[in-house]
Design a protein around this ligand. Structure first.
Ligand code: PMP
Length: 286
């Protein structure tokens, strides 16, 4: 598998990241992941827009235009013959010596860009079956809207889940559900879908935008409103969303079954609507 280093396609083992790279030293950078179906990116522009928005928020000068970035990503995908899979890309604030917390001059220190791909087929059986999760306090910082490569809080939350055989961790601040370690979080109660509103406490998920849109168009009531752990545990259905897992049913929370441990009808409808939205752009989803 080849990778991108700045504007060049190279073998992965040819990439040497400088130990003074601010991504390595400070976690000073941003990342994104876009999913491709049948060799076509889904919602690429939205992901690229989010990267540019994040860069503006942290005064990171990106070394490409949106179109240049998209061209590079497509080039790598074609090179690696990705049909259904993910492309991850990150940008750091470059290599600055001597070490100094404050931002270097972006003219003297250009950002460093890398990208890699993985072939990942859809796991329909898992999307039918659903996953189990735990709940825990949200220990992260207060800029969760920025898709930072500093993921330690998210990594720790996911590890807590894996330690007890669960797949995701639902985080909460003082009993208010924010999001998963790598997913947005949703619940359904009395036919209404709820998810935490955008803001500084959650990542503005691209999958969330698509799900909100298809739900509204299908006439399903949606509320971008925060909910509590207690509401979550009394919900009719619970699910999470992300680019790589689409809409994933949650069938067990802290060892207690949701909806008899089975996928509910609303998330099933949303999964079908999501696939339809993908198929409009990328062709038949298998
Ligand atoms: N929240 C967090 C913390 C995430 O890491 C992700 C996945 N990148 C999401 C939400 C879902 O975002 P998206 O739908 O854009 O993949």
């Amino acid at each position: 598998m080849k990778v991108l280093l700045d504007d060049k396609i190279v073998e992965r083992n040819e990439v040497k990241i400088d130990m003074e790279d601010r991504g390595y030293q400070f976690g000073d950078g941003l990342y994104e992941v876009i999913r491709a179906y049948n060799g076509t990116f889904f919602t690429a522009d939205e992901h690229i827009d989010r990267l540019f928005t994040g860069a503006k928020k942290i005064d990171l000068v990106l070394p490409f235009t949106k179109n240049e970035l998209k061209e590079r990503l497509y080039k790598l995908m074609k090179e690696n013959e990705i049909e259904t899979g993910n492309i991850y890309f990150q940008v750091t604030r470059g290599i600055a010596i001597p070490r100094d917390h404050s931002y270097p001059d972006p003219i003297k220190v250009p950002a460093v860009f890398t990208a890699s791909t993985t072939k990942v087929p859809r796991d329909q059986a898992k999307m039918d079956r659903g996953i189990s999760v735990i709940t825990l306090p949200d220990m992260r910082w207060l800029h969760c809207d920025i898709k930072s490569i500093s993921l330690l809080g998210n990594v720790m939350a996911k590890h807590e889940a894996h330690k007890v055989g669960a797949e995701e961790a639902i985080q909460h601040r003082d009993g208010i559900v924010t999001e998963g370690a790598s997913t947005n979080m949703w619940m359904v109660k009395d036919g209404v879908i709820y998810t935490h509103p955008d803001g500084n406490l959650v990542l503005p998920g691209i999958t969330k935008i698509v799900l909100l849109d298809v739900a509204r168009k299908a006439g399903i009531p949606v509320k971008e409103e925060a909910f509590t752990l207690e509401q979550l545990k009394n919900a009719d259905e619970v699910f999470s969303s992300s680019t790589t897992i689409e809409a994933m049913p949650i069938v067990e929370i802290d060892g207690v079954k949701v909806n008899d441990g089975k996928r509910g009808p609303v998330v099933k409808q949303l999964q079908d609507l999501y696939v339809k939205a993908v198929e409009e752009v990328c062709g038949k989803v298998r």
